[in-house]
Design a protein around this ligand. Structure first.
Ligand SMILES: *Cc1c(COP(=O)(O)O)cnc(C)c1O
Length: 238
């Protein structure tokens, strides 16, 4: 029988094989379990199997889940990986530990202003439109250095690195191209003096390519929780 626990073991085995191939220590890659569209029970099951970090795309769905899992809050880390609009920043600043999808300085400024002083700084990544499609969210690579410097200076945020969602590609060599570009962009920012340690890249279909190119955090949904049945209908502003 396919279980969340069994799927996690398989994903962890893929990560360790990829780390071996890349000659990287397995601890250099963090697993983020992407629980969007799955219920609190699925998160509970993954938590029971030892997982602590969960990624969500839709703010309202995530807030409901965070509330339903309030008893586990101290041992969970919640990461927002989906688009964030200004009218949702307060709830996110108050409830999440990480935001990977910062793509405008204005959103970062609001998150910093709204992050409660009782919590540690919100950990953030800038989302980069690395494959360059007009329709996708994320900063153009050329915009990243200036925005990164401004975000790094905000008091209640800690800029950790970069995130991307490359276009799906069939083979490993093609998958590596955008991941390599994101790694090189991170290297450029570090050379310019920014203290960054996170490359959030790699999903169920391309985690090997991402790890070969230096991913430090892979965001895995369907390989752990199963196929998402339908593209979720989204309420306006969610
Ligand atoms: C859904 C999603 C994932 C996980 O994708 P899978 O292919 O199911 O592993 C990772 N990152 C982001 C930003 C997502 O929206």
């Amino acid at each position: 029988m396919v279980t969340i626990k069994g799927n996690i073991q398989q994903v962890r085995a893929r990560i360790s094989r990829a780390c071996e191939a890349a000659q990287r220590p397995v601890q250099s890659v963090t697993l983020l379990c992407v629980s969007k569209t799955f219920g609190a029970d699925a998160v509970r099951e993954a938590h029971a199997a030892g997982e602590r970090r969960f990624g969500e795309n839709y703010v309202q769905e995530a807030l409901d889940k965070i509330a339903a899992l309030g008893d586990l809050r101290a041992s969970l880390e919640w990461h927002l990986i989906g688009p964030l609009q200004s009218n949702k920043t307060r709830a996110v600043a108050e409830q999440f530990d990480w935001v990977h999808s910062v793509d405008r300085l204005k959103i970062a400024q609001r998150l910093s202003e709204q992050r409660p002083g009782s919590l540690p700084p919100l950990q953030v990544c800038l989302q980069v439109n690395i494959s360059g499609e007009a329709s996708k969210s994320g900063l153009a690579p050329g915009e990243v250095p200036a925005v990164a410097k401004a975000v790094a200076a905000l008091p209640r945020l800690k800029l950790r690195g970069l995130m991307a969602i490359p276009e799906p590609e069939g083979d490993l060599a093609a998958q590596r191209v955008p991941h390599r570009a994101l790694r090189e962009l991170l290297g450029q920012l570090r050379a310019e003096g920014l203290d960054l340690d996170t490359l959030s890249m790699g999903m169920s279909a391309d985690l090997e390519a991402a790890i070969l190119e230096g991913a430090t955090l892979v965001r895995i949904g369907s390989a752990i929780f199963g196929a998402r049945a339908i593209a979720r209908a989204r309420a306006p502003g969610s």
